[in-house]
Design a protein around this ligand. Structure first.
Ligand SMILES: [Zn+2]
Length: 341
């Protein structure tokens, strides 16, 4: 077989706990807009999570990332009834599979001031213990101003960036824009769908085309953000070639003169967030790993992957964990999660 190689790809915005959610019971009512999707799906799910579910969702999500050629994940996490220790559980699970991770806990006032304080403390604990992280905020529209100020202050004290959803839906348009204006070079903003044209922000903007279409929130039109765009999945797997193809056709739908080089640049910008992934080596079952080929070629899979000089995928088989075991344990945890819902 003729093969091609690339560095490891970066999923620049993920929610690993989503790995368990596929096939969940339908919500009590069909959500009719983005806020109702949050209320009836995601905020019921995150409230039901415990540390055991987190461990196996993260292992499954990391395994599926690796099997797609993604060697680094920037995760954004919330589990309001299992906050303390959650980021370590996720980081350890990724390390066990052999995937690099940057973790953050999404602080919010949705569960009162104690919830916000506990979220802040978890970010601080994890990063001070040597964990690789950013300080997370869910989104400005679910936080009091004092909570946002405290979070921004903590990130500055720890010398890390803030990882936050901004202006994903109309609900967060104004508050998201206000937060984006405060951003610094080490921040990771996510979505930016409803940010006004020409808004000046610092740091990177994660574009998640599949998620935006799935939630019907509109098109972020990421060309507006210049060279600051990275690609994420927002929790729907971590297959970055797939997300690249989707980013391309969405861009093309908007403007037929667009070329795949633009979303390819967004994919490669992930190495600004996780530079080491660029030294990981992925061997693919397809010889020509260039944007014009990959935009129109489906079914391209990694055969071998080396991370930090160690082989973590050998002829399609994970070397550090047993895939069948991870899938079986994750399925058990999904069953527990669905029962709680
Ligand atoms: Zn997200």
């Amino acid at each position: 077989m003729t093969t091609g190689t690339t560095p490891g790809f970066v999923c620049s915005h993920h929610h690993l706990y989503s790995a368990l959610v596929r096939g969940m019971p339908a919500p009590p009512q069909t959500p009719t807009n983005f806020l109702e999707i949050l209320e009836q799906v995601w905020w019921r799910v995150d409230a039901a999570l415990d540390l055991e579910m987190l461990e196996w969702s993260a292992k499954l999500g990391a395994l599926e990332a690796l099997k797609s050629g993604t060697t680094a994940i920037v995760d954004h996490h919330e589990s309001p009834n299992a906050i303390e220790g959650s980021l370590s559980v996720i980081a350890d699970a990724c390390a066990e599979v052999g995937v690099r991770a940057i973790c953050s806990y999404g602080i919010t006032d949705r569960h009162g001031p104690d919830g916000a304080t506990a979220g802040l403390a978890e970010n601080e604990r994890f990063i001070k213990d040597g964990g690789r992280g950013m300080v997370g905020i869910h989104a400005a529209f679910t936080c009091e101003q004092s909570t946002i100020d405290a979070t921004v202050g903590l990130a500055e004290d720890l010398d890390v960036g803030v990882h936050v959803h901004v202006a994903e839906g109309f609900t967060d348009a104004g508050s998201g824009a206000a937060l984006a204006r405060r951003s610094k070079e080490n921040w990771l903003l996510v979505h930016g769908v409803h940010l006004p044209d020409g808004l000046s922000f610092a740091g990177m903007m994660a574009h998640n085309p599949r998620s935006n279409m799935n939630n019907s929130v509109g098109y972020a039109d990421p060309k507006r953000f210049g060279g600051r765009v990275v690609l994420g999945t927002d929790g729907i797997g971590a297959d970055m070639l797939d997300e690249f193809r989707l980013a391309f056709v969405k861009l093309r739908e908007d403007n037929v003169t667009s070329t795949p080089q633009t979303p390819w640049n967004w994919l490669e910008n992930g190495w600004m967030l996780v530079p080491e992934a660029e030294s990981d080596e992925v061997t693919w079952n397809y010889p020509i790993m260039d944007p014009w080929h990959l935009a129109y070629t489906t079914g391209v899979h990694p055969l071998d992957i080396t991370v930090d000089g160690k082989k973590v995928l050998d002829n399609g088989v994970t070397t550090k964990v047993d895939e069948a075991e991870v899938r079986a344990k994750a399925a058990e945890q999904a069953k527990r999660l669905f029962a709680k819902l």
